[in-house]
Design a protein. Structure first.
Length: 186
């Protein structure tokens, strides 16, 4: 396996106008024209990246389309730790979405699939740690529910383009990177 270096990534961005990124591709990258990113060195992985360490090794606004299948339920929502005697709280799932937002071009699309947080598929896997439901994405969209949920944390802004779910199955969503707007600040 040959991981892509920064120059190769820049070349892809220049030639194609952006990367099609398969986040958490495992050994089954979406297609030959996609760049596969995973935390493990597996066949088809072009970028080895710990999803919890930021910034990722991709330039700002270099990704035109991203997909993420059965990954976000493995990213913790909250981590609390002691640093120099003080309690520090991090929100890795929000950080993950913010990092995807950073690397996406404006109006770029991010497609996600994950098990519904109340489903047997979520509960049976001992590595699933973040329950996601149909309302979770409203925390990332400043215009969903009149911004009521977004205002809690004010992450980077997304627009929910599509959202399909089954409480006993999966959630499929497509988010679109919104441009920054002062009105989102409440």
């Amino acid at each position: 396996m040959n991981a892509l270096n920064r120059n190769e990534i820049k070349k892809i961005v220049k030639e194609r106008g952006g990367i099609k990124l398969d986040i958490g591709c495992g050994n089954g990258k979406h297609g030959a024209d996609w760049v596969g990113m995973d935390m493990q060195a597996l066949p088809g992985v072009d970028i080895i990246q710990d999803f919890n360490k930021h910034p990722w090794g991709l330039p700002d606004e270099s990704v035109m389309t991203a997909m993420c299948t059965h990954v976000i339920e493995h990213i913790p929502k909250v981590i609390m730790s002691q640093v120099d005697g003080e309690l520090v709280t991090r929100f890795p799932l929000i950080e993950f979405f913010n990092e995807v937002w950073r690397i996406m071009i404006p109006d770029g699309q991010f497609a996600l699939v994950c098990p519904h947080g109340g489903s047997q598929g979520f509960m049976q896997d001992p590595t699933h740690i973040s329950q996601i439901d149909q309302y979770t994405f409203a925390y990332f969209d400043p215009l969903a529910f009149n911004g009521e949920l977004y205002q809690f944390y004010r992450p980077k802004p997304w627009r929910i383009k599509t959202l399909d779910y089954s409480p006993i199955g999966h959630i499929e969503a497509v988010l679109v990177k919104r441009r920054m707007d002062k009105s989102y600040e409440g």
